[in-house]
Design a protein around this ligand. Structure first.
Ligand code: CP3
Length: 340
């Protein structure tokens, strides 16, 4: 598989490409299946339909890898938290986690309840072309915890930051519980057929440098190393978003570092390119305009070269109103410009 070879810096015929949040609302075919499922969470819980939308971007865009269709918030959901996705508001947990008793009340083994995810993976693997990879994923403990403590998305992270600075023992108790669940969950994804795994730390940038390493990165590395010890042939991708200023501190045993669009690729290459394969980092909004797409792609390929050490991706997820045609164009362009 081109994508897996690239994760291990092996020679590949071209630079592989996939797009974060490549399955979703910008695809009319996705909207149709979601309608059939009823709502987003019902879609996540329906292996047949979740497998169908996982495969759509491979068929429609020609990307080199599929990413499991699910959500990072199924972990707190299966820990017993009530979760709603409200129109225009995003995810809402009406009863956030705020006390040690709340942490104790969370079910310890959500991975046992996430059987619909493993069923989805098995169905996808049966239907996915043999040269394409399936990426499993989880949120980072920190990013998942932000939703659990804030009760939903947040702009200021006031509730969780109060905990970081005034009740660090609460934070670590929560992060340990979530991290243990993620380890078991990712192992089960791999045992069901996932060829690689990615950990999304979307809200890394909410933390100042020292606190980022203490409350987020250390846990991500612990999970990565747990997986690498057991499944060394499975690539682990870590994506902490918005931490260009902290690259000097990045450490740990994993394979691919996800570069967000706010981190100049030159800088990531200089600081990390020798130690990790880099994935990224086109600003997703460039896809609104075809010329801007081409200029952005050319610039990244100029920095990374048409050679080993790079996986092309966006620097964050696809937005719901991006034109499908431009996403197709992006995938073709990356393959054409990097063919060796
Ligand atoms: O990448 C993929 O195609 C696979 C599927 C995937 C989803 N969510 C589907 C989804 C993945 C990898 C995620 C990860 C995820 N979920 C993250 C980390 C990545 C990132 O974007 O930073 C986060 C922070 C979440 C939490 C989450 N889920 C939010 C904030 C939202 C609402 C966003 C919105 O645009 O409304 C979701 C819902 C969600 N997850 C949708 C999809 C396709 C939209 C649901 C819908 O209306 O159909």
């Amino acid at each position: 598989m081109v994508f897996i070879d690239a994760c291990f810096r092996k020679k590949t015929p071209y630079t592989p490409v996939w797009l974060m949040r490549q399955a979703g609302r910008y695809l009319p075919q996705y909207m149709k299946v979601r309608e059939k499922a009823g709502d987003f969470l019902s879609l996540c819980k329906n292996p047949e339909l979740a497998a169908e939308v996982t495969l759509q971007p491979v068929e429609i865009l020609g990307v080199d890898a599929a990413i499991l269709f699910s959500d990072i918030l199924v972990i707190p959901l299966e820990m017993g938290m009530e979760l709603r996705f409200e129109k225009g508001e995003g995810p809402v947990f009406p009863k956030p986690v705020r006390t040690m008793e709340d942490i104790d009340a969370l079910y310890e083994f959500p991975e046992e309840r996430l059987t619909y995810v493993y069923e989805t993976i098995k169905l996808v693997k049966k239907r996915l072309p043999k040269d394409k990879a399936l990426i499993g994923f989880a949120g980072s403990p920190w990013t998942i915890a932000t939703y659990m403590v804030e009760g939903g998305g947040s702009k200021s992270y006031a509730a969780i930051k109060k905990k970081v600075y005034s009740e660090p023992e609460f934070m670590h108790a929560l992060l340990i519980k979530v991290a243990e669940a993620i380890k078991a969950y990712l192992i089960k994804q791999i045992e069901s057929g996932a060829d690689a795994v990615q950990i999304f730390d979307s809200w890394a940038s909410a933390l100042e440098k020292d606190k980022f390493f203490e409350f987020s990165w250390d846990y991500m590395v612990e999970i990565a190393e747990f997986i690498k010890e057991r499944y060394p042939h499975v690539p682990v991708i870590l994506f902490p978003k918005g931490i260009a200023g902290y690259l000097d501190g990045i450490y740990g045993k994993f394979d691919v570092f996800g570069v967000d669009w706010g981190t100049p690729m030159e800088l990531a290459k200089e600081k990390l390119g020798d130690r990790y394969v880099l994935q990224g980092n086109l600003e997703p909004a460039r896809l609104y305009n075809r010329d801007e797409t081409r200029v952005g792609v050319e610039k990244i390929i100029e920095v990374m070269g048409a050679k080993e050490g790079h996986i092309f991706n966006l620097g964050h997820g696809m937005m719901p109103d991006l034109p499908v045609e431009n996403a197709k164009y992006l995938v073709e362009l990356v393959h054409d410009l990097t063919r060796r």
